[in-house]
Design a protein around this ligand. Structure first.
Ligand code: F6P
Length: 393
């Protein structure tokens, strides 16, 4: 049978175990030898006990567990060619030419580089007599299939990444819990949720909990413009500008003003509390971070509301996966093995994506490139473009 290995890389997420389990069981069912690579790419580079054959029962009782039972790491060594050469040797030694990587876009890009370098690396290993002619001939091509495990839902090409749904469950549980204490004390709470570059958790978390205000990286509000106005005014005076915006005639208001008027409006309508959700990567239109602390300062200084901050942090990434993420992991894992079994030398590296209700395979690098284009657009402050590129995810 063919040799398949599975590894999880980068930040963990709920549902990775379901995906690992599906890879193992579908692989064994199809007559393959399936291997776990423990501790992500580090285990691939280090080899030894990190690469072990999986059995049907070795993945029993893991579907309900959060995180990844085979371990994950952010690995520096694999970003170097010597690290990848060592990884290739470890795979060839075991007859593995099919690799499933469950991780974020960085991990999947690494997998693609590995695949492209594979023939050259094998030539090098042969020249150094570390593999035989026979091995060079037999294992000359590496097939790759990726799955995106990330709570952030930040990958282009898939409707949902593995873990996002569970993180949302955790977020709404937390907000519901906060609401009861906020109500009692008539408080305002600022909840920081994860999402370095992606506001999906914040926006869906906000929608599903009736938050009053949400800050996300993709739609940065204007900063407090009257402050900028002062600079504009002085700048204009000093440079004979033709046009100046003045406070008495605001073109658009900044986020502090908008936030405060929304909170006031809700309180005047009889609400005893306010909930504000801020994605950890939220910024304003100048590119300056909008932190929970900054928001608190605005609320306290302007409205004098009793205000607290709760940072949900890694709670969002932990705990058991939702039904959705378990099924998603199962489907994607099965599709990944099928993609590998059907791969030819001509086929590209694939990533399994969710399209509506179907797990489908897409060319990995096209999705990675699109994801990188989103990051670039955000860096260049072209937020509308970023949202457009991100599309359905
Ligand atoms: O998985 C992505 C993510 O959840 C980000 O939103 C967050 O910034 C990051 O992981 C934190 O990960 P770690 O603590 O593992 O570096």
């Amino acid at each position: 049978g063919k040799g398949i290995a599975v590894l999880t890389s980068g930040g963990d997420s709920q549902g990775m175990n379901a995906a690992t389990r599906a890879v193992v069981r579908v692989g064994i069912y199809l007559g393959c030898k399936v291997y776990f690579i423990k501790e992500g790419y580090q285990g691939l580079v280090d080899g030894g006990d990190n690469i072990v054959e999986a059995s049907w029962s070795s993945v029993s009782g893991i579907i309900h567990k959060g995180g990844t039972v085979i371990g994950s790491a952010r690995c520096k060594d694999f970003t170097t060619r010597p690290g990848r050469i060592s990884g290739a040797q470890n795979l060839v030694d075991r007859g593995i030419t099919n690799l499933v990587v469950i991780g974020g876009d960085g991990s999947l890009t690494g997998a693609n580089i590995f695949r492209q370098e594979w023939p050259g690396i094998l030539d090098e290993l042969l020249a150094q007599k570390k593999i035989t002619e026979e091995q060079r001939g037999k294992y000359g091509h590496l097939n790759i299939c990726g799955m995106v495990g990330s709570i952030d839902n930040d990958f282009c090409g898939t409707d949902m990444t593995i873990g996002t749904d569970s993180a949302l469950h955790r977020i709404i549980d937390c907000v519901d819990a906060i609401v009861s204490t906020a109500y009692s004390h008539q408080r305002t709470f600022i909840l920081e949720v994860m999402g370095r570059h992606c506001g999906y958790l914040a926006i869906v978390g906000g929608l599903t909990t009736e938050a009053d205000f949400v800050f996300i990286p993709e739609n940065p509000p204007l900063p407090d413009w009257p402050q900028r106005l002062y600079l504009a005014l002085v700048g204009a005076l000093a440079s004979e500008a033709d046009y100046v915006f003045i406070p008495e005639w605001p073109p658009e208001i900044g986020w502090p003003t908008k936030l405060c008027s929304k909170l006031t409006q809700e309180r005047e309508a009889g609400q005893r509390l306010n909930i504000i959700i801020v994605a950890e990567g939220a910024i304003d239109r100048n590119g300056d971070p909008i932190s929970a602390e900054k928001i608190k300062q605005v609320v306290v200084d302007n409205l004098h509301q009793d205000t607290r901050i709760t940072v949900l942090g890694h709670v969002q990434r932990g705990g058991s996966p939702s039904a959705f993420d378990r099924v998603l992991g199962c489907r994607m894992g099965a599709e990944a093995v099928m993609a590998l079994m059907e791969a030819t030398v001509e086929s590209p590296a694939y990533v399994v994506s969710l399209d509506g209700n179907q797990a489908i395979r897409l060319p990995l690098m096209a999705c990675v490139e699109k994801t990188k284009a989103v990051a670039k657009a955000m860096e260049e402050k072209q937020w509308d473009l970023a949202v457009q590129l991100r599309g359905r995810s």
